[in-house]
Design a protein around this ligand. Structure first.
Ligand code: FAD
Length: 420
């Protein structure tokens, strides 16, 4: 086992797999340390089209497209009461792919890391990182395999792609609270048996609760008749007298959404898949990089699942980091703040505006009340962001997101009743 590499990556999720393949393609010795064994369950099944650009660059797009069970996706649909509207991602402001997939993450993540291994990345499953020393000329990671002695891995640079594990933020005391309030998600997989023709299987369906506008649902279909379904809200919203356990909460809340109740009337819920819940998943850090390291994907900041931006941000961070690290390892002097953190935050901050606007109601007003009437150019700019192109600085809804959303919401809000 080689104990000195050019780059060590902590975590084999999407950001770890993509960054390791991109660096391997430049010829570096890259080692990925993953504490679990794949396939393993993780939530986050709806991709955005911008992801396809990074998968293509990493040589993984063909393998993803060839995997059975992934559902073709061309947009996002929204429902509130009897309202329904949708965005076609092929009709968008920013050039680039307009379609993608909804994926079972256990399978998807395994496909990506297997592709990285085929390209020559040294992937070590069952190897957890427990300590990090960046005081010397090289970074030193302490690695604890499931069996046997802990060992030290030396690397010129470490990329932390450990997701919710947040290895370096914890070890280096970089964690800072998210600006978003704590929320809870309760979810499962069902045999959907969707009835009628009002549901478009090629789109994620996001539903707003009829009375509680800050409570919302995802319905993410797969191609095999199954679907991921979940409800999200502040814990106090989801706690009701008489509702005990994740199963009771999810079933009750879903039954209160008119469209979900109609289309899922024949769904089979009790098919052996556990009902799960996650709380307090939004997270932030004081710095995205430091001596001999940078943070990728969820190990850095995680906003909120509402626009399915998690994997897209993870892959975009992987692409930026790989390009910059290649220049650094080639002998150039680079600046991780202005060339990694600042450009990454352009897209994260744009998403943040629309996430905040979703919960304060302003972006929901735009979506439900007037998104079909607005100027088609503006609609295409919003569609581009929902498709993941939130780093396109020629889109004013990216660069002036707060002002643009506010102006549009003022026009739309007047037309929006408070409940349907
Ligand atoms: P991960 O996929 O979390 O991978 C990190 C890996 O690091 C894991 O395999 C872990 O085992 C490993 N690891 C952790 N600690 C260590 C250690 N000490 N040593 C070695 N390895 C370690 N995103 C979307 O794009 N679409 C969605 O529809 C979506 N829905 C979501 C719904 C909910 C309720 C939530 C909470 C999130 C959702 N997300 C979604 C976000 C998505 O889950 C994440 O953004 C995405 O998984 C981040 O990928 P990653 O590569 O950063 O980390």
């Amino acid at each position: 086992m080689n104990q000195t590499v050019d780059v060590a990556v902590i975590g084999a999720g999407p950001s770890g797999a993509v960054v390791s393949a991109l660096l391997r393609r430049h010829g570096y010795r890259v080692c990925v340390l993953e504490k679990q064994h794949f396939p393993r369950f993780v939530i986050g099944e709806s991709l955005l089209p911008h992801c396809m650009e990074m998968l293509e660059e990493a040589g993984m797009a063909r393998a993803v497209a060839a995997t059975p069970g992934f559902q073709y996706k061309n947009g996002a649909a929204f429902t509130w009461g009897e309202r329904y509207t949708c965005f076609e991602f092929t009709d968008k402001f920013t050039p680039g792919p307009g379609t993608t997939f909804q994926v079972q993450r256990a399978v998807f993540d395994k496909v990506l890391i297997d592709e990285a291994a085929k390209q020559g990345v040294d992937v070590r499953f069952g190897h957890g990182v427990t300590a990090f020393d960046h005081s010397g000329e090289q970074a030193r990671l302490t690695v604890q395999p499931e069996t046997g002695e802990a060992y030290t891995l030396q690397a010129a640079f470490v990329l932390d792609a450990s997701g919710y594990g947040r290895v370096l933020p914890c070890l280096l005391d970089l964690e800072t609270p998210s600006s978003l309030p704590p929320r809870q998600a309760v979810f499962t997989h069902i045999d959907d048996h969707i009835v009628g023709n009002e549901f478009d299987r090629n789109k994620i369906l996001i539903s707003t609760h009829p009375k509680l506008r800050d409570v919302w649902f995802w319905l993410i279909p797969f191609s095999n008749g199954r679907a991921s379904i979940g409800v999200v809200g502040e814990p106090a919203r989801l706690q009701r007298e008489g509702l005990v356990g994740d199963e009771a909460v999810l079933k009750q809340f879903v039954s209160e959404v008119p469209m979900l109740a109609r289309i899922l009337t024949n769904a089979v819920w009790d098919n052996g898949v556990p009902f799960r819940s996650l709380s307090n998943y939004s997270a932030n850090v004081k710095a995205l990089h430091g001596r001999h390291f940078a943070l990728l994907g969820n190990a850095a900041e995680f906003l909120d699942p509402v626009f399915s931006s998690g994997v897209t941000i993870a892959l975009h961070s992987a692409k930026l980091a790989a390009a910059l690290l290649h220049r650094q390892l080639s002998g150039e002097v680079v600046d991780w703040q202005s060339e990694f953190a600042v450009p990454l935050m352009v897209g994260v901050n744009a998403f943040r505006t629309y996430v905040s606007g979703w919960y304060d109601g302003s972006f929901q007003d735009v979506i439900y009340s007037c998104s079909e009437q607005v100027n088609p150019d503006i609609r295409r700019m919003i569609s581009a962001i929902l498709a993941g192109y939130s780093w396109d600085e020629s889109n004013p809804f990216v660069t002036k997101s707060t002002r643009r959303l506010q102006a549009l919401a003022e026009i739309c809000g007047a037309a929006t009743p408070t409940a349907v």
